[in-house]
Structure formats: C-alpha cells, structure tokens
Design a protein. Structure first.
Ligand code: GTR
Length: 374
C-alpha cells in the first residue's frame, strides 16, 4: 500500500478516536459524523429539507413507445421566502407488469433534448426505451430546474428561493451540487406517492457533475436503494489524495459555485481534508453502489475512482458484505461486482452510453430483487 492510500482518513475511527466495530455503531455514531464533515467542508448545509408546501401535479398519457409505456409529466412545486420553484419530472412507466415497478432516475446535466417527452429524438445518455424494455420505469429531471449551473452569487434557483438574502452567506452553506441532490430527494418524495412506482427500489444515476450529485444525494437520503456514479471524478467517486487530472484547486477555480466556501481552504491541500471520497462511498453502505469509469477519462481518473470503492469496503464489511474483494484494477469492459458493490471501466471517453446503462441494469437485476428478469 503506497503512502497515498496510507494517508487516507479512517472511515472506521470516530473523531474522538474510538474504533467502530459494529454496523449499529456505524449508523449511530460514525455515519452521522462523516455526513456532517462532508456538509461542513465540502457540499454544504442545506437551507431547507422537505418543504411543507411541496406540491405534485401529474399529467398522464397512455400508449407511448408503441404501447409499451405510459408517460407522466409531474410538476413538483415548492415555495420559500424568495418565491416558487418548479422541478419538471419526466417519467415513463412500463405497461407490463401491472405492479409497482423499480425505477431508474437520471439527474440530467446535459442537453434537454436527451429527455424528449415525445421520443422523436433518442439519446444513449438517457435510453428510456431500453430501460423500459428491461422492466424498469425511466425517470429524468434537469438540474437547471433546481439551480442553473453558473456562478451568480447564489441568486437564482433554490438558493434564491430558500437562502436568507439579508444575512451574510455562511462558509458552510450549500452549493449547487448539494442543491441538485436536494432536487433528487424531492423526486423521491413524489415516488413515495405514486402507487405505480416501487419507491423502495429507486436507482439514482448521474454522470460527471451529475454523478457527484448522485453520490451526495444517496449519502444524505437513505431512501435511495441504489446509487450509480458514472465518470464522476473529482469530489465524486475519485479519491482526492494523489488524484491525477482534476484536483480540488482546479475544480474550485472552475466551478466556484458547486461546493462550500470552506472547501476552498483545501485547494492544493487535499491531505488536510478530514475526509476523502471513499468515505462518501461508505455512506451508501450497505445499499447498492455502482461506480463506472471510462478508459480515456484522465480528468476523472479511473484508478482513483476504483481505489475509492476498494477503500469503502471496510464499512460494507460491518454489514457482513465483502465489497468487491479485489484490489486488482479490472480489465476494460469487464464489469465486476460482489456483495452490493459493482464497477466497470468502459473503453472510450467521458460519456454515459447505452453500454453503461446495460451494466447498471444487469447489476440492479442481480441485487435489487425486482422480480424482473431478462
Ligand atoms: C468538467 C469538470 C468535471 C466534470 C465535468 C462534467 O468540466 O471539471 O468535474 O464534472 O465537467 O460534468 O462533465
């Protein structure tokens, strides 16, 4: 084990130095501690949890995808001191089987055409027809409904709605990634009200900045049964210590609105952070966790993404699960999985493709006990 790995903060020692040896100690003591460290230093403290006035308005259309699915457009509304917000959820539900179905929810950080409600345009980024053909509902929302992805001093989006404009912004206030994760939880609030969706089988997927968001959402909200990080890189799945490509300093300079002000204290000082990203992955345990990399994605750094998953294993072990059980970096295009944890590195560039979706769904079929098999 090199110095890089030796320098990682211990997931299983509490701040006061106590060793965690049971799943119960983890859940009661160490898990909340780590969550709090990430809130304070990295992603930030949310101004609001579930708003009291959350509203859902659904418009349905039968006979989509040649009769194989039904479409729902759901307007999720919320109100705060700064106004009203609207998250537009697009959801396709397979016509068969007639029972609550598991769902894949994509946090879309790319083009809006990727989520064409009429299905005139198809995209491998969100292959809704394919997801439906595998017996899962396919859901998507666009991040910009929650918070536009540029640095405007937190005036717009949910920050404008819920933050206190008359008070100075705290250095641990939520950034844009945290806001998007908050949006994913509001979709989960909706799923809990939809009798056609099995809200205990929700798989949350994100690519790149969306992957960072999926991991943070899954850490904060334990209702997500499965979390998929695709090419999430820095401050996503990848370890920050010793990382190649994008570093904390680079990401903070490029995207000053994504994380807390506190995070900037760790520019070029990743070794001083009280956490590293294997601890974020640990917060998903014992739930299903899938990390995917792409071979040419030097910026995200596949090896650091894989190692992070390896170092999340001690927490999975508390639950009687082994984790991947290998430290060997997997062969290209050969997904590996064991005991609720999966990984693959796809040949090619930074992207989310149908091949990646196939792997995610194979993994879900194996572990989610959906009763769906292909
Ligand atoms: C890059 C950023 C990455 C990643 C990517 C993306 O510019 O440096 O951290 O999030 O954008 O979202 O595609």
């Amino acid at each position: 084990m090199g110095t890089r790995e030796e320098s990682l903060p211990e997931a299983l020692f509490t701040v006061d130095g106590t060793k965690i040896v049971t799943a119960e100690q983890w859940e009661k003591k160490r898990r909340p501690e780590i969550l709090d460290l990430f809130r304070e230093h990295v992603y930030g403290r949310e101004a609001v949890k579930r708003p009291k006035n959350l509203g859902f308005k659904t418009v349905e259309k039968e006979g989509m995808m040649k009769g194989l699915s039904k479409r729902k457009k759901v307007n999720i509304t919320f109100e705060g001191p700064g106004g009203v917000g609207l998250l537009r959820l697009l959801l396709f539900i397979p016509t068969q089987p007639v029972k609550p179905v598991p769902v894949f929810l994509l946090i879309n950080n790319r083009r809006l055409e990727d989520e064409d409600p009429e299905r005139d345009m198809r995209s491998p980024f969100w292959p809704a027809e394919y997801i439906i053909s595998r017996g899962y509902a396919a859901a998507v929302f666009h991040v910009e409904d929650i918070d536009p992805d540029y640095n405007d001093g937190f005036q717009n989006g949910v920050h404008g709605i819920f933050d206190s404009p008359d008070q100075p912004r705290p250095s641990n206030a939520w950034g844009t990634i945290s806001a998007w994760a908050w949006g994913a939880s509001r979709v989960m609030d909706y799923f809990e009200t939809d009798p056609e969706i099995n809200s205990e089988q929700v798989a949350l997927v994100g690519h790149s900045r969306g992957g960072k968001t999926a991991l943070w959402a899954g850490a904060v909200d334990q209702r997500f049964a499965m979390v998929v990080s695709n090419n999430s890189g820095n401050t996503g799945a990848a370890l920050s210590r010793g990382k190649k490509g994008e570093t904390i300093q680079i990401i903070n300079n490029g995207f000053p609105h994504w994380f807390t002000e506190n995070y900037k204290n760790y520019n070029d000082k990743e070794y001083e952070l009280p956490v590293d990203q294997h601890m974020l992955l640990s917060l998903i345990a014992p739930r299903l966790l899938y990390v995917a990399s792409a071979s040419d994605d030097y910026w995200a750094d596949p090896e650091s993404e894989f190692l992070s998953l390896v170092h999340a294993e001690p927490v999975y072990r508390l639950f009687g699960l082994h984790g991947l059980g290998t430290r060997q970096f997997p062969t290209l295009d050969s997904p590996v999985h064991r005991d609720n944890v999966g990984y693959h590195v796809r040949t090619g560039k930074h992207d989310l493709l149908e091949y990646d979706w196939q792997c995610f769904i194979n993994f879900a079929d194996y572990y989610l006990e959906t009763g769906v098999s292909c």
